[in-house]
Design a protein around this ligand. Sequence first.
Ligand code: ADP
Ligand code: MG
Length: 703
Amino acid sequence: GGTDVEKHRDLLAAENERLRREVKACEGELRALRQRQPGPCLPCEHGQENGRLQERLAQLQRELEEARARLGELDLEVQQKTHRLAEVELRLKDSLAEKAQEEERLSRRLRDSQETIASLKAQPPQVKYIIKTVEVESAKAKQALCESQSRNQYLQEQVGMQRQVLKEMEQQLQSAQRTAAQLRAQIGLYEAELERAHGQMLEEMQAMEDEKNRAIEEAFSRAQVEMKAVHENLAGVRTNLLTLQPALRTLTNDYNSLKRQVRDFPLLLQETLRSARSEIGQAIEEVNSANRELLRKYRRELQLRKKCHNELVRLKGNIRVFGRVRPLTKEDGAAAEAGSAVTFDPDDDAVLHLSHKGKQVSFELDKVFPPKATQEDVFREVQALVTSCIDGYNVCIFAYGQTGAGKTYTMEGTAANPGINQRALQLLFAEVRGKAADWDYAISVSVAEIYNEALRDLLGKEPQEKLEIKLCPDGSGQLYVPGLTEFRVQSVEDINKVFELGRVNRATECTNLNERSSRSHALLMVTVRGLDRSTGLRTAGKLNLVDLAGSERVGRSGAEGSRLREAQYINKSLSALGDVIYALRSRQGHVPFRNSKLTYLLQDSLSGDSKTLMMVQVSPADKNSSETLCSLKFAERVRSVELGPVCRRAELGSWPSQEQLEVTERPPPHGDSPGAARGHAAPGPGPPSARTASIRRKLQTAG
Ligand code: ADP
Ligand code: MG
């Protein structure tokens, strides 16, 4: 039996070996197949299919791996079982050999015993002889026999035991044979299982083979299709290539020419830059010269404008005379009820009629403001003059008229209703602000008073000091007043401070301000200096706003003493003003500026292309009609001069004096006859210098 098992084991091992070879062959085939398979498809329509197939292949390989593992396990089991079988067989052999030895030993002993028995049986004669001996020696024989019988007994027992052992051995052998049969059956089972596994593996391999073939076929057909597409593409590309060749040729040509251009570019660039630079330089030069030309033209235009303006002013007359009739006031008393001596022409705002001593006299001025005219109305007519000061013109505005006719009201006005002075400065500020983009302006003011032909600085520290008017040492012919304070003003607040300081200083100089102000000329002198930042052009214009002393004839009422002197000074200066205006308008070679402080001081603001406005203030009251008549005559005469070309000068003769103005009315008064003129009261308390000092501190003196 042992050899059968061995044979079977050998068979199994051979089978196992064969299967292993087959598996190896399968693997080889699979590898070859994988190599034959086309590389990873480009992302084409078959990519998905291929992926699926590869997945399937991987699954099959996994299954194959599993089967192989199972086969390995079975193999191991078979080996173990074979090993165990060999052990059992070895053991069986050993026990069989032992049994044989024991049998041999036992049978040898049996044989020995039988021989001993036979030898003992074959000795009867001896026994007979011996019987006698036995009978002699029977006791000894009997003992020996007994011994032999016991020995025999023992041997038989031994044989029985051996037989028992043999029997047991036989039983053992039978059980070993059964075990071997069982093992054999098990081996059969294993073999069947192995067979089945092999079959399964073969089937799987077959399926895999089929799968592989199918995959190969599919891949092949797909590859064919792709190949076809590739061929088509190739054909397209070929035709493209054919058409591209000329394009390539032109491109190459282009490239070469571009290369040449690039090579030549720096040179070209330099050349172009050089020419551009020279062109730009030329252009700049041209622009510069154009600019110069423009600047020249601009300057010429400015001059032309000025000339035109002058011409216009000349045509309009650069001395203009306005009349302003104040409203009737309570102070006019009964006259107020009696009504106005002055009436107006509804169709002509330049004409007014005065009823004087039952007669109506008409006067034509440049403009007449009736009592209802407001400060704004008046200023509206004046503002063009004021602004021309910014352009560098000198301007004088005089308020002329008898005391109480409204001169101060027109020039200074009230706090609630300011007059020309304040409005003019406000306008100047506004104009200067409007031109600030191109121009730098500085506005400065001086306030002075001329009393009894003495010039006083109302902004100075020593207002009582008399100032002199001098010729500029630079030979320009310009006049200046050494020591006259000039404040730089930048706002309405500054102006108010200046006016306040002027008023305070003036008040400290007299006991009765109203009286003093009617006996002196008050001057507000505004200087506007401008610099055109673009052209460097400088302008300087002066605006002189003069509240003249009262024009009433004091002398006729028999004034004397200081009052008479005041009256004489006033007469003299107002006549001098008239003379100067006359001389200017009639273009006389000599203008008597030096005849009064006022005209001398205002010389450069009255001559040349300066502009003058005479605002003749009159009272509408009946009781003032003679003074009104005088004032209006003065106004008309001033105005008539402007009509006078040279030829008319002779007609008009010289300017009438203040007294002459009166001649038409009454005989000239005796200049030094005693009269009711009030003298100066004693000087008041000392100057409130602390107040003026504080105002002065707040103001900035103009350079
Ligand atoms: P003058 O300075 O010529 O002596 P004022 O200006 O002092 O005269 O005027 C005398 C009075 O008449 C003042 O009370 C003033 O307020 C008033 N007055 C003058 N003109 C007008 C006017 N246009 N409207 C209203 N009141 C005026
Ligand atoms: Mg006054």
